[in-house]
Structure formats: C-alpha cells, structure tokens
Design a protein around this ligand. Structure first.
Ligand code: FMN
Length: 188
C-alpha cells in the first residue's frame, strides 16, 4: 500500500526540505521512500539518515509544494534531529536502514523510531482526493498529452465542486494557475 505523505528531511546545515512523497508501507523495515533522481529528499536522507513522515489532511501543503509554496510552519521532531509539519494530524520519525540504489528511483528503506498523534482523522473527502491527483498530474505535466490533462481535470473538478472547503478551494486555485499556464505555453 502507498500512503501519500509529506516527507521532511534536513541538510547538514539543518535546512529543512518539505516534499510530498508516496511512501510504500512494508513489513520490516516499515517504510520505503522512492525519490526520483535528482532529488533534495534523496540527498538529504543519504546525508542525515533520518526523515519525518507527516500525515496531513491540509492539501494546501501538497499543492503548495508543487506550485512553489514550500514555506510551511514547522516544529522540532521529538527523537531525531528533524522537523515536523505543525498542521500534521500525526507523524512518524524514521531512520534510514538500507538503500537499494537505482539510476532512476532508488529505494530508501526506513524504520520508525517514534510516532505521535496530534489530531483525529476526520474522514475521507473527495475534494482532497481531487487536489492530490491534480498535484501528481502537475509533477508529470511534460509527460502527459494536453487532452489527457484536460479530461482528468474535468473529472476531478466534479468531486472538488461538490465537497470542497476553503483549504481545498485555495489549493485547487494554485494548481489551476499552473495548469492554465502550461496549456497556454503548449498551445503557443
Ligand atoms: C501526492 C504526491 C506524491 C508524490 N510522490 C512522489 C514520490 O514518491 N517520489 C518522487 O520523487 N516524487 C513524488 N512526488 C513529486 C515530488 O513531491 C516533487 O517532484 C518534489 O519536488 C520531489 O523532489 P525533491 O525531493 O527534490 O523535493 C509526489 C507528488 C505528490 C503531489
């Protein structure tokens, strides 16, 4: 199973890096993070051997990171040298155990050292799904034909319009600006 999370890593100067990542849940060790090269998350994790996996229902963080808004409030991790998203519902602090190297997408096997719950999970929301899917689409814009992008957005907009709250609408607006710019550039 793959969980869409926010992974926070740090470089050797202590500068935090926030990135949405689909973390694969495994048995032992529990998590596999798979960054596509080149990746700051990859470089930081190889250097510091630690990361924080944040479980977050504020989809603005996902959409924000894909649209140049990476400056989200953070607080110190509890057991490792790292940072936690202030708006996370829960987080897990992990240590790197093993690396399966790959030219395109190395596998970083991590074990949990500490997990904290901050707030309850309040249920699924279709608009949040629409924002996540569109953010993923944006991370692959140059690989997908324009007609497919348009068709996917048309479908995802249905759930968005029926169920969004303010956070989802704001995130959707950021994503649509990027999509519209891409369509205009591709059409020019
Ligand atoms: C929901 C979601 C899941 C993502 N999962 C991954 C992933 O597993 N691996 C990856 O390299 N990028 C993933 N991305 C794209 C990265 O967040 C984005 O390209 C980011 O800049 C990664 O590079 P970095 O480590 O240099 O920040 C995902 C994006 C979204 C919105």
């Amino acid at each position: 199973m793959i969980q869409e999370t926010i992974v926070i890593t740090q470089n050797s100067s202590g500068v935090a890096h926030i990135a949405p990542m689909g973390v694969h849940l495994s048995t032992t060790p529990e998590f596999i993070i798979l960054p596509f090269r080149p990746s700051t998350t990859l470089n930081n994790l190889l250097e510091s051997k630690t990361a924080v996996i944040n479980y977050c229902d504020d989809v603005r963080v996902f959409a924000g990171c894909l649209t140049g808004r990476r400056d989200w409030p953070l607080k110190p991790a509890e057991k490792i040298n790292g940072q936690v998203l202030t708006c996370a519902l829960a987080h897990t602090e992990v240590e790197l155990v093993r690396v399966e190297d790959d030219e395109t997408r190395p596998k970083l096997f991590c074990k949990a050292v500490h997990t904290v719950n901050h707030a309850p999970f309040k249920g699924f929301n279709r608009a949040q799904y629409s924002v996540l899917e569109t953010a993923i689409l944006i991370s692959r814009l140059n690989m997908i034909p324009l007609e497919k992008i348009q068709a996917e957005i048309d479908y995802l907009r249905i759930g968005l319009e029926k169920t969004a709250g303010d956070r989802e609408l704001e995130a959707w607006g950021w994503l649509m600006t990027v999509i519209e710019e891409h369509i205009a550039e591709a059409g020019a």
